[in-house]
Design a protein around this ligand. Structure first.
Ligand SMILES: [Zn+2]
Ligand SMILES: [Zn+2]
Length: 261
């Protein structure tokens, strides 16, 4: 699908062409007149032996000039006849003018975000806070994969109709079950300090405690947590270069489920 064309871009193209052809017309006219009036019977060759009439070169130029002017005029006329379709940016409400109904995503001229379009309709967007860094990102019903604008990590998205993941980020699995899990750190990876920072957010331990904990892997980080939390924390560990696994250790009892809903 071609990218939707903004009306002012289309008009600019018309005007660029109109100006170019008007200049071509003007130059042809001037050159033609100069040749016609000043370059008849010029003597060339040794001792000006030959007389040559350059004015015959004037005619093609004088014929081209009105054609170029006419085409320039046509482009100006065409630019005025371009239809106008308004679409406003769902992020900043900036209004943009198109020549046709936009059928594909376009970039907002004001905030430079991609505006999602589905079946000729600009979609609404919703703010989603990144679970890793807290930055607010935007998504629409078309968004399958949401990468945080600030920390470049993938934010897992649930489909509100089915409760399933729209897209499974690496390290994520199916959600929604009533099991309880434990999260085990298997390997620390290359970025040890980043991993420690990440674990600090997760566990109520200081850096020294975490450092000594990392000396004897594998180690259980958390236990008795629901699957969704285990998946989220596993992804956080993996975003910091570590390797984590979660294991089913039991089922939530009925009472606990009711309070957690
Ligand atoms: Zn915008
Ligand atoms: Zn983020």
């Amino acid at each position: 699908m071609p990218a939707p064309e903004k009306r002012n871009t289309v008009i600019e193209v018309h005007w660029e062409s109109a100006v170019t052809w008007a200049i071509v017309g003007l130059i042809s006219l001037i050159l033609g007149l100069i040749l016609y009036f000043y370059f008849g019977n010029i003597r060339v060759g040794i001792k000006n032996a030959t007389s040559f009439d350059f004015s015959s070169f004037a005619w093609p130029l004088l014929a081209l000039a009105p054609l170029a002017f006419m085409y320039a005029g046509y482009r100006v006329w065409a630019s005025r006849r371009e239809p106008s379709v308004l679409a406003s940016c769902p992020y900043c409400n900036y209004e943009m003018e198109f020549t046709t109904v936009p059928e594909d995503d376009f970039t907002c001229d004001s905030c430079h975000r991609r505006v999602p379009v589905l079946d000729g309709r600009v979609l609404e967007v919703h703010g989603v806070t990144c679970g890793y860094c807290g930055h607010v990102n935007y998504m629409s019903e078309k968004t399958l994969v949401l990468i945080c604008e600030d920390c470049d990590r993938e934010i897992p998205l649930l489909n509100p109709d089915t409760g399933e993941m729209r897209h499974l980020p690496r390290g994520f699995a199916r959600v929604d079950d009533d099991g309880v899990y434990e999260l085990v750190l298997v390997a620390e990876g290359k970025e040890k300090e980043a991993l420690i920072t990440s674990l600090q957010h997760m566990l109520a331990l200081n850096r020294n405690q975490l450092r000594s904990m990392l000396e004897s892997l594998p180690v259980t980080l958390l236990t008795g947590i629901p699957r969704r939390k285990a998946e989220m924390l596993k992804a956080q560990v993996e975003a910091s270069g570590g390797t984590a696994e979660f294991k089913l250790i039991g089922k939530q009892d009925q009472a606990a489920q009711q309070t957690s809903v």
